[in-house]
Ligand binder design. Structure first.
Ligand code: BGC
Length: 376
């Protein structure tokens, strides 16, 4: 049922790509732009409705002789306490079981946001001779080391959520390794955040009437390409609409609600009514921002705007209530299903594309209830 609704929503999703950012992040983002630009075409082609992917997985499981129950799956998550990755890993486990894996053969490890801890977990999975690994790296820059040891052990590998860089992905292709990445293109989510602000109209957003939009940015982990792209492309959507922008503050909240709350509280203390828009790279941080906004006596939709990414239930409820301007659905169903399907294809002796994408979906007051019904 959920799969069907997602298919319909994805079919109506807009796909757009633009450039730029604010303040300190621009040099980090530049390095990755070419990489993602070359992937965009592949991503658009590869994005398939979850239903089709599920059918493909059924076929793969049948072809594998229905022996998935005997296969051992090792899953590494960068940090269990991350709200979005909690939705992702729960759906991943459920879907793996639906596909025929047995629960006791699926082991999910919490990297506790520490690469050394996660690397030890990967070593243990290799020693345990798991049949396939699904890895959400703590640091994407460790991917080369991780890939080397996993490939050396002859275990197929599916990276999720934190994309290794272009040269690493090229290595998989050049060597014909059983390694792939599953994720959404974060440029799209950033663009959608900016577009939701542009759709309000400059007059509505420019509260102080100075002809430009003053904003603050709260970034996720700066090593993560999702944070880099969302920071860059959200603002670029405004400037591409011909709007003048002014960045008052751009700080790292590490995807965390409490960190964002204090960043935004301080920024509101410093810049007060000059802040017209608060961009947060994810919903956890947008929820923290909202706490700070309300504590400062400001009202979203009346004297300030606020956007996040993920479409967490709480954020969708805020969008419905008007206390958050909008969020972007980060489709953990599609991503977790695609990751499991890719793992099954590897187990079945089939190859995978080296990049498997999916689409984000804007969530505004117009469709937030529909998305909430689907994710709940
Ligand atoms: C999500 C964040 C999450 C991060 C983890 C992003 O795609 O939007 O909420 O913290 O992934 O890597």
């Amino acid at each position: 049922m959920k799969k069907k609704i997602i298919g319909v929503i994805l079919a109506t999703a807009m796909f757009a790509t633009l450039l730029t950012g604010c303040g300190g992040s621009s040099s980090e983002t530049t390095a990755n732009t070419d990489n993602a630009a070359t992937e965009e075409a592949e991503q658009t082609e590869d994005a398939a409705p979850a239903e089709e992917a599920a059918d493909a997985a059924d076929a793969a499981a049948d072809a594998a002789g229905g022996d998935l129950a005997d296969k051992k799956v090792g899953v590494c998550i960068y940090q269990f306490s991350d709200n979005f990755m909690t939705l992702f890993r729960t759906e991943l486990e459920n879907y793996l079981i639906e596909q025929g894996f047995s629960k006791e053969n699926i082991t999910i490890a919490d990297g506790q946001n520490d690469q050394a801890t996660q690397s030890g977990q990967i070593d243990n999975f290799i020693a345990d001779q798991v049949d396939v690994l699904i890895i959400n790296p703590v640091n994407s820059s460790s991917a080369e080391t991780i890939t080397d040891k996993v490939v050396e052990a002859g275990i197929p590998l599916v990276y999720i959520n934190r994309e290794p860089d272009a040269s690493e992905e090229q290595r998989w292709a050049d060597n014909g390794w059983n390694v792939t990445y599953v994720g959404c293109d974060a440029r799209q989510s950033g663009t959608m955040q900016g577009e939701m602000i542009v759709d309000l109209g400059l007059e509505a957003v420019d509260f102080n009437g100075d002809g430009k939009v003053q904003y603050i940015m709260v970034e996720g982990d700066p090593e993560n390409v999702d944070a880099q792209y969302r920071t860059e492309f959200s603002v670029k959507a405004l400037t591409d609409a011909g709007w003048e922008v002014e960045c008052l503050s751009d700080q790292v909240g590490n995807w965390q609600q409490d960190q964002a709350q204090s960043i935004v509280a301080n920024a509101l203390g410093q810049y007060g009514n000059d802040i017209e828009v608060v961009f947060c790279n994810n919903d956890a941080m947008a929820l923290g921002a909202l706490q700070a906004i309300e504590a400062a006596g400001r009202t979203v939709g009346t004297d300030i705007y606020l956007v996040g990414v993920d479409a967490l239930s709480e954020a969708l409820e805020d969008v419905i209530a008007g206390t958050m301007t909008g969020t972007v659905f980060n489709d953990h169903f599609s991503q977790s299903h695609s990751a499991a399907d890719a793992a099954i294809r590897f187990l079945n002796g089939e190859g995978n594309e080296y990049y498997i994408g999916c689409d984000y979906v804007k969530a505004t007051q117009a469709n937030a209830q529909e998305i909430l019904d689907m994710v709940k």
